[in-house]
Design a protein. Structure first.
Length: 408
């Protein structure tokens, strides 16, 4: 029987961990309609048997993957009386640094919170599943708080990659919690704090596991409803970087090369601006490739780490390897995911190399423009030289000088 958790706010905090993971999955999936975003978050959070999607709440309760960093493991002696539960030989207790100093509560997975309490939107609504909209709002709320926590963490680290001499990461977490009023005045343990600890780079691993934390620095300042008016893809910043339409339309599409002659009627200043936008467009393509590869490599690192933890958990649940056991099946599925993302990384890297070695249409347009400028400059110089020579040869003074020379 699951006990009542000590506070609804702490239960909300735990829900936000899984919700933020689902938000990150949707973020990495690319642009999609809002209804589809919420549907995918719902499926990832609660699980979908038909789509073979494992519930993130179940993974959290089992301490799989990055969720393992939430808990300290307490092993107990297995007897005949408690063999009925696969979790009876290992209790998962929330770590102490998730609580303010002297306010630690011993919170045990499957005892103080379970699948029903995490699946519900509130403590009082057990049996009702949290909607995709609720999960989206909760994850964005957590992300806003995490952004503020990152600023405080950077101030404390003073641009260092690790805590100052004589300090440890636990000291950073205590410092961030002590500044809770600067993050959210209504939440002493602010929503997103646990996610900040296990998903961001501020831990011994030093690896950020959230793509949205790297790239999404605008949507965290908006609500779900205001966000729908700005973009379909959550956190997509690229829309705001697009140039003005009438200038962007002059930039070549992929595979087509525009001649500077097509820019006739424009001032030189406007032509130069278009060339700058063309160069920025090429640079953006290169940066997009780089960002995609970084995110995919981070995801690969996370999956490798998650598989290692899944193997440890499988050995606890089923000491002898059994391909049909759910725990070992999870290890097998993670291995497949790792192989798939490795293939995707190789494909993107190959495409990136091809793009970098080939000359883009925009680069060709810029070269054509620069060549035309050099040609025009050369023609102007020759015209000036010819006009100057005509002036010297045909002027009255030159004729008079030639006549005097002949007479002499």
């Amino acid at each position: 029987m699951t006990k009542n958790i000590t506070s609804a706010s702490l239960l909300k905090q735990i829900r936000a961990i899984a919700a933020l993971r689902c938000y990150d999955f949707v973020f990495e999936s690319g642009s999609m309609k809002q209804d589809l975003q919420m549907k995918k978050m719902y499926a990832a959070y609660h699980g979908d048997v038909d789509a073979n999607t494992t519930s993130q709440t179940k993974l959290l309760l089992a301490g799989h993957g990055p969720y393992a960093d939430l808990f300290d493991k307490e092993f107990v002696v297995v007897t005949d009386n408690n063999l009925s539960s696969e979790y009876s030989n290992c209790k998962l207790v929330l770590k102490k640094y998730f609580f303010p100093e002297n306010e630690f509560e011993r919170i045990v997975a499957h005892e103080h919170f379970d699948l029903d309490s995490l699946s519900s939107p509130t403590k009082a609504s057990n049996g009702t599943r949290a909607s995709g909209r609720y999960l989206r709002d909760l994850s964005q709320h957590a992300l806003r708080n995490i952004k503020k926590a990152v600023i405080i963490a950077e101030e404390w680290l003073k641009s260092n990659e690790a805590p100052p001499s004589g300090r440890v990461w636990d000291d950073l977490y205590a410092h961030v919690l002590s500044r809770w009023e600067d993050i959210n005045k209504t939440e002493k343990i602010f929503v997103g704090f646990m996610s900040f600890v296990i998903f961001s780079k501020y831990n011994e691993g030093g690896v950020n596991h959230l793509a949205c934390l790297v790239m999404d620095d605008e949507s965290v300042g908006t609500t779900f409803r205001s966000d729908t008016r700005k973009r379909d893809k959550p956190g997509d910043l690229r829309e705001r970087d697009k140039p003005v339409k009438n200038k962007e339309s002059s930039i070549s599409a992929a595979g087509s090369v525009q001649s500077p002659d097509n820019l006739r009627g424009m001032s030189l200043h406007n032509k130069i601006q278009i060339m700058e936008l063309a160069q920025l467009s090429d640079q953006k393509v290169r940066e997009d490739f780089k960002t995609t590869l970084v995110n995919m490599q981070q995801k690969q690192d996370f999956l490798i780490r998650e598989r290692g933890q899944a193997i440890d958990m499988a050995k606890i649940i089923c000491a002898v390897y059994n391909r049909d056991d759910p725990a070992w099946q999870s290890v097998f599925e993670l291995t497949k995911d790792i192989n798939q993302i490795k293939k995707r990384i190789d494909t993107v890297e190959k495409k990136r190399q091809e793009t970098l070695t080939a000359k883009s249409a925009n680069s060709q347009m810029v070269d054509n423009f620069l060549n035309s400028m050099r040609t025009n400059k050369k023609r102007s110089f020759e015209h000036i030289t010819d006009a100057s020579n005509e002036h010297v040869v045909g002027s009255p003074s030159s004729v008079q000088g030639a006549s005097i020379a002949r007479d002499g």
